[in-house]
Design a protein around this ligand. Structure first.
Ligand SMILES: *[C@@H]1O[C@H](CO)[C@@H](O)[C@H](O)[C@H]1NC(C)=O
Ligand SMILES: *[C@@H]1O[C@H](CO)[C@@H](O)[C@H](O)[C@H]1NC(C)=O
Ligand SMILES: *[C@@H]1O[C@H](CO)[C@@H](O)[C@H](O)[C@H]1NC(C)=O
Ligand SMILES: *[C@@H]1O[C@H](CO)[C@@H](O)[C@H](O)[C@H]1NC(C)=O
Ligand SMILES: *[C@@H]1O[C@H](CO)[C@@H](O)[C@H](O)[C@H]1NC(C)=O
Ligand SMILES: *[C@@H]1O[C@H](CO)[C@@H](O)[C@H](O)[C@H]1NC(C)=O
Length: 343
């Protein structure tokens, strides 16, 4: 008799715990900072009861005591929580725009007419930031660089961006053009991106070139500037000019100014650029100093004008002389006529 009673009691308590329960689909969740997460949840109770209230709580240590604080009472969750459940069996909750301090234990509780039931277990939510890491952050050209996308959520496949454009490699043999800002994201959570991190690539001078301020044949006496440019990181800190005239270094500085050119300035010029990693040379440029066609033309034009002017002057003088001579003759004739009239 007693055993039958006990059995009945056991059966009763068994059914009670089975009937009033809260079940979480996943008790361990990880989500990215800034994204949204859904805590999927079902609850059950004795058939015929009416649910009066539902609420989500967060576990919270206060003065050494573990407390459950209702989310609706926490200002930091205002406007960020969305109850997707109902007063039947669904008790899912969405949290939006996740923050790192949302990490913690979450509990559900519902009240029927007669009793309040809270979940035994909890959902533990981890909110993780996505962080991009570049090792090393400063690399010499040719050295290996590893990109690492870190989150505390279970390893997921990650996507990389360089200066905002997707890239496929996460291991690089550093080259000058790899320098830039790198960021990463987790597949499926593309809206959440890590802060960008810089990769700085160091290299000795390349693309060394010389620009001459005047192209072509240079006239004797004029000035010309030769400007040396290059790409280097760190910036080039020394420039040396070489000339085939002397086979020696002729000057230093980015700009080589040659004034009052002489024919002897003709020859090949090149510049050598240095930074602390090394040096590189430009190709040689040829400078030709001489009498240009234009100067010859101007010279000839000058002579031509002089000749024309001399001829012109001679003509004028000749004309003037003849004019004067003729008018003298006329006067004589006039007086002669006059005399004739008197007669
Ligand atoms: C709720 O409990 C009833 C009775 O035990 C059961 O038939 C039903 O499947 C349960 N529903 C859920 C969602 O657990
Ligand atoms: C919540 O949203 C309301 C209306 O959209 C807004 O006035 C309020 O400032 C928001 N509260 C917080 C804490 O963001
Ligand atoms: C010099 O520059 C050229 C390209 O401008 C590059 O290919 C070469 O490797 C450089 N040489 C050195 C020693 O850096
Ligand atoms: C050197 O010149 C080439 C060709 O113009 C260019 O693609 C490259 O980016 C330049 N290198 C650097 C470091 O600027
Ligand atoms: C050369 O450069 C200097 C300044 O660096 C400038 O004063 C001069 O006018 C330039 N000469 C020519 C021919 O470009
Ligand atoms: C650059 O030119 C100088 C002078 O001609 C020479 O001594 C040096 O070896 C050259 N450097 C390179 C990298 O070609």
């Amino acid at each position: 008799m007693i055993t039958v009673l006990l059995l009945l009691l056991m059966m009763k308590s068994g059914t009670v715990s089975a009937v009033s329960s809260v079940t979480f689909e996943n008790q361990d969740l990880c989500a990215l900072k800034g994204s949204s997460v859904t805590l999927r949840c079902l609850y059950n109770y004795t058939v015929g009861k009416t649910v009066r209230k539902t609420a989500w709580f967060k576990g919270h240590l206060e003065k050494g005591l573990w407390k459950r604080v209702e989310l609706s009472g926490l200002p930091s969750y205002r406007n960020r929580t969305e109850y997707l459940g109902d007063r039947q069996h669904n008790c899912s909750l969405a949290i939006h725009d996740l923050r790192e301090d949302d990490t913690g234990h979450y509990y559900f509780r519902f009240d029927t007419d007669t009793l309040g039931i809270r979940s035994r277990g909890s959902v533990f939510l981890t909110v993780s930031e996505v962080r991009a890491r570049v090792h090393p952050a400063t690399a010499r050209a040719g050295k290996k660089v590893t990109l690492e996308c870190v989150t505390s959520c279970t390893p997921a496949s990650t996507l990389w961006f360089k200066d905002g454009h997707p890239i496929t490699k996460s291991l690089l043999q550093a080259q000058a053009e790899d320098a830039g800002k790198y960021s990463c994201t987790v597949k499926g959570h593309e809206s959440v991106q890590s802060h960008p991190v810089d990769l700085n690539v160091l290299y000795s001078p390349v693309n060394v070139s010389v620009k001459v301020s005047h192209a072509g044949l240079l006239a004797v006496g004029r000035s010309v500037n030769l400007t040396c440019s290059s790409a280097a990181n760190p910036k080039a800190d020394s420039y040396t000019w070489y000339s085939s005239r002397s086979l020696l270094q002729v000057a230093s500085g980015r700009v080589l100014s040659l004034n009052s050119l002489e024919v002897s300035h003709s020859g090949l010029y090149l510049c050598q650029v240095r930074n602390r990693l090394g040096e590189n040379n430009s190709t040689a440029v040829l400078l030709t100093v001489g009498e240009t066609k234009i100067t010859r033309f101007i010279l000839l034009l000058g002579i031509g004008i002089k000749v024309v002017m001399v001829l012109f002057l001679t003509l004028i003088i000749t004309w003037a002389w003849r004019d004067w001579f003729n008018s003298a003759e006329d006067n004589e004739m006039d007086s002669h006529d006059y005399e004739n009239c008197r007669m």
